[in-house]
Design a protein around this ligand. Structure first.
Ligand SMILES: *[C@@H]1O[C@H](CO)[C@@H](O)[C@H](O)[C@H]1NC(C)=O
Ligand SMILES: *[C@@H]1O[C@H](CO)[C@@H](O)[C@H](O)[C@H]1NC(C)=O
Length: 261
């Protein structure tokens, strides 16, 4: 398998864009055992193995990074092997840390039903639809994720206990984006999410992940992040007080997101 495919398949093992830790596995016990194979509530077995959803599988350590080992191993390489040696590997269309969910684009008991949502152009949405989108984003910023935590002891001495902290749905997503944008601890390598051929694919997966998290807190299975088509626009048509806000003369942001930190 090519390294790219390997990374992509590991991403699928944990069900989402890489970088965050399932709350189900963010405990000292899981870190000590190096295992993230939660019990699927639906059948009481690890990774839902009793109902054929998946199994607890050992991960390969991956090839050693060629950089200077005295500068430490970058925790993102061969994700998630820095944290876990065993994780749930889901079969078919099942996904999630415990294989208790459906993969992107699937629904239903056995995750066999296609679920298609079309991302519409903001300009073609009604005022009410746009307001609903803004409300969902506000909820993402103010609601703690019940699903993921962020890794907080980055850069700590390798043997130090790993620590995690809760964050809002939006802040977890922001952290994932930040983590994928940094160069490696060895100082080598590009910003993999942005300065390489991975750009489009990485962000496609990222948006699917963010939409899924927002669907989780709003309960709206059809929530989507709209498209902004700027063809034919002379300026930033979404930089309005109704949507993403404008810059004031003093450099402040107006609009619904002005108080976000
Ligand atoms: C949201 O996620 C939690 C934790 O994974 C899950 O228990 C809950 O059923 C989800 N809710 C929805 C509406 O998807
Ligand atoms: C963009 O241009 C339109 C007219 O072409 C104008 O009405 C609008 O105020 C401008 N918006 C910004 C943010 O400059």
């Amino acid at each position: 398998m090519s390294p790219g495919l390997k990374l992509a398949s590991l991403a699928l093992v944990l069900g989402t864009a890489r970088g965050q830790i399932p709350i189900l596995c963010a405990t000292a016990g899981h870190m000590q055992r190096g295992e993230c194979c939660p019990v699927f509530w639906g059948d009481g077995s690890l990774c839902g193995s009793a109902s054929g959803r998946g199994g607890c599988q050992r991960l390969e350590e991956g090839q050693r990074w060629a950089g200077d080992p005295s500068r430490g191993r970058d925790f993102r390489l061969h994700w998630p092997t820095y944290f876990y040696r065993r994780v749930c590997k889901c079969t078919g269309n099942y996904a999630g840390a415990d294989c208790g969910e459906c993969g992107y684009g699937w629904q239903g008991e056995g995750c066999q039903r296609r679920h298609t949502v079309v991302r519409r152009d903001l300009a073609k949405m009604s005022r009410g639809e746009r307001a609903r989108f803004v409300r969902a984003m506000q909820a993402a910023k103010t609601t703690h994720s019940r699903r993921f935590m962020v890794y907080a002891s980055e850069g700590a001495w390798r043997q130090a206990p790993k620590s995690f902290r809760p964050a809002s749905v939006f802040d977890v997503a922001t952290w994932v984006h930040y983590v994928c944008s940094k160069t490696l601890v060895t100082g080598e390598g590009p910003n993999f999410a942005h300065q390489s051929t991975a750009f489009a694919v990485w962000h496609k997966l990222y948006l699917l992940y963010l939409e899924k998290e927002i669907r989780n807190i709003t309960g709206d299975e059809d929530f989507y992040i709209p498209v902004w088509s700027w063809a034919g626009s002379a300026n930033c048509t979404v930089c309005s007080d109704e949507l993403f806000g404008r810059s004031t003369d003093t450099g402040l942001l107006t609009g619904p997101f002005q108080n976000w930190t």
